[in-house]
Design a protein around this ligand. Sequence first.
Ligand code: MG
Length: 342
Amino acid sequence: MSQQHRSRPLGSSVALSEAYDTALLDLDGVVYAGGHAIVHAVESLGTARAGGMHLAYVTNNALRTPDAVAEHLTELGVPAEPADVITSAQAVARLMADQLPSGARVLVVGGEGLRVALRERGLVPVESADDDPVAVAQGFGGPDLAWGRFAEAAYAISRGAEWFASNTDLTIPGARGIAPGNGAAVEVVRIATGAEPQVAGKPLPPMHRETVLRTGAERPLVVGDRLDTDIEGAFNGGVDSLLVLTGVTDAAQLIAAGPEHRPTYVDRDLRGLLTGQPEVSEEDGRFRCGGWTAEVRADALVLDGEGDGIDGLRALCAAAWTHAGDGSCALDADKAVTGLAL
Ligand SMILES: [Mg+2]
C-alpha cells in the first residue's frame, strides 16, 4: 500500500498483473467507449486473466443489470460473468438493506438494474408514492425515464421517505456527446424537496466496500480514467490505483491533481497492467523518468529530454505533485505537456 506516497507515480519491478491479485476496472473510458472496445483493452485483459489476475468490472451506472453488462463485455471480446460486474445499484441496495427492515417498500426512480439489486437484498420495489414506500432509490434511468418519476420521488420524500441515490455523476458520455447523468437527476429532486440523499457510488466508501465484498480481493488495483470517481474512490478505500489516459482525463488535469486525485501509477492504456512501472528518481529538485527530466523553473514546469512521452508525464507529475504538496499544482504546464506527444 502506498497511501503515504502521493508525491510521485510509483515504480514496480514486476508487472502490475502479478503485483496485485484483482483488477477493479472501471468500464467507460477504460474497457469500452459506448459500443466499442478501447484500443488494446481486449488483448491486454485477456493476457492479464490468462496470467492469473482476477478481473472485476466496477461501474457507477445503475441502469443495466450485471447480466446485461457481462453480456455486452463478452460481445466485445472480454469474457465476463455477471458475478464479475459490480454496479452502484448493488452498492446502494446494500446500503439501504443495512438501514431498512427486510421487505421494506422502496420507490424506484431508475432502471432494471436498480430493481434487480433491491430485490436481491430483500427490498420490495414499488412505483408510486401512494404505495407507502419507506425509502426512495434513485439511479440512472436512461433516455426513457419519465419526468413524472421525479414527482413521485418528491411526493414520497415529502411524506418522510428516506432518500438514497446510486451515484451522483453529473454527466454520462455517449456516442452523440455528453448527456445529463444521475447526478443531474438527483439535483432535480433536491431542488424540489430540499432533501439530501445518501449516496453509494464511486468515490464513496459503500461502492468500494461492495466491490471488495463481492470479489474477495486481497490486493486490489483500481483501474480507472476519472480522477474524481475512480482514483478518489481508491484513495478513500486505501488501495492502489492505475490511471489510464483512454478516457476523460488529460495530462494537464493529472499534473494539477490534488492528493486524493493522484493515482499510484499512470499509463497510456490497459497494456500498463502487463508491464512493470519505471521509477521516478529525484536529485536536487529534478525528477527523472526514462529519458526525461522535469523541474520547476520560474513558476513553470519545464521538461527536457526525449523518449516515451508517458515517462515524461510521470516525471512532470512528480515535479508538480512535490511542488504542490497537499494542494493542487497551479504552475504553467502547457509548454511541457505539448512536448510529450502523448
Ligand atoms: Mg470511466
